[in-house]
Design a protein around this ligand. Structure first.
Ligand code: HEC
Length: 294
């Protein structure tokens, strides 16, 4: 194999390794960006729940067509108000968000759902099981197909016990609507459920396609040409003329001029090789003279 072929192979291998490093870096970046985005969504969901919880319930005087559920009813003069507790209000908000969202969708779910629409999928069930096993886990994330998944635990606080502790303590409306079996018997600190966020993710083909643009390809071709020209000019051409010079000297043409920079002024190894050949040539001249004298 010529140096040029070897060099091209090394170049391609280097390119593949650098490309691999890039894809690994981009994958990490993608994971971070998606996690940040999912965290922001989960923060919003938790903040919204906290806001509703802080007001007790959200009272509305009209039940929208898609959202007929309520947990309490109050009459004021000739107006009727319907109360939506945090979980209910969050579910209704998530239904709207999931219908219109361009990216993030979310669900508050549990391994013991009161509301059938909150049913967890396989990823969510596993996340809940992991949070129950390790209470210190802050979040769990991963991918199902091309979807990024993120889950954060929701713990039971004292204020939750009214509706998730013992059924006897629960408001009548909860028992009437959801029965006295579902999602009761929790203690403070238990994992009640999770906030689950879904985001569309790039797969590795998508990541690779980032490089498939004219500028990136042009830069790689430019790098290749630069390397090719460099090896041609600095190594291969000079080795070629060194070879023909040495061949000429070997054939007796001791006057062949050797073009190189003095090693004192150059760190180039080929200049050093030239210099060695020059020394050899000079010794040959001396030996020839001595031989002629004899
Ligand atoms: C006023 C009663 C009430 C209180 C207080 C309450 N919840 Fe709930 N919770 C409900 C009801 C009712 C549902 C079902 C809502 C629906 O239909 O979507 C529910 C549902 C949930 C869900 C969704 C899973 C499911 O069962 O469908 C989670 C998670 C949850 N609650 C956590 C909590 C936590 C944590 C607290 C305390 C911070 C709390 N809840 C306080 C009544 C309550």
């Amino acid at each position: 194999m010529s140096i040029q072929v070897k060099y091209v192979l090394v170049f391609l291998l280097t390119l593949a390794l650098v490309g691999g490093a890039f894809v690994v870096g981009l994958t990490t970046l993608r994971d971070r960006v998606l996690r940040n985005e999912a965290e922001a969504v989960a923060d919003q969901v938790i903040a919204f729940r906290a806001w509703v919880a802080g007001t007790g319930m959200v009272w509305v005087d009209k039940l929208a067509k898609d959202f007929p559920d309520f947990l309490a009813e109050r009459k004021c003069d000739d107006l009727t108000f319907y109360g939506k507790n945090p979980a209910l209000a969050t579910r209704e908000l998530s239904t709207i968000a999931n219908k219109t969202a361009l990216r993030a969708t979310y669900l508050v779910t549990s391994d013991e759902v009161r509301q059938p629409a909150n049913q967890p999928d396989a990823f969510e069930k596993e996340a809940i099981a992991n949070f129950k096993e390790d209470k210190k886990l802050k979040f769990i994330d991963g991918y199902t197909g091309n979807t990024y998944r993120y889950a954060r635990p929701i713990f039971v606080k004292k204020s939750c016990l009214k509706c998730h502790g013992q059924p006897e303590d629960a408001p009548q409306a909860v028992i009437e609507k959801y029965g006295s079996e579902k999602a009761f018997g929790y203690k403070v600190g238990d994992v009640r459920g999770i906030v689950s966020v879904k985001l569309p993710a790039l797969n590795w083909q998508g990541l690779l396609s980032i490089f498939a643009n004219p500028i990136a390809i042009g830069l790689v071709v430019l790098a290749f040409l630069l390397n090719f020209m460099f090896t041609q000019k600095v190594i291969i051409k000079r080795l070629g003329s060194l070879t023909s010079d040495v061949t000429a000297i070997a054939k007796g043409k001791l006057s062949t001029p050797l073009n190189y920079t003095d090693p004192k002024k150059s760190n180039d190894e080929i200049d050093h090789a030239y210099h060695a050949v020059n020394l050899l040539k000079k010794s040959m001249v001396i030996i020839m003279k001595k031989l002629k004298k004899k």
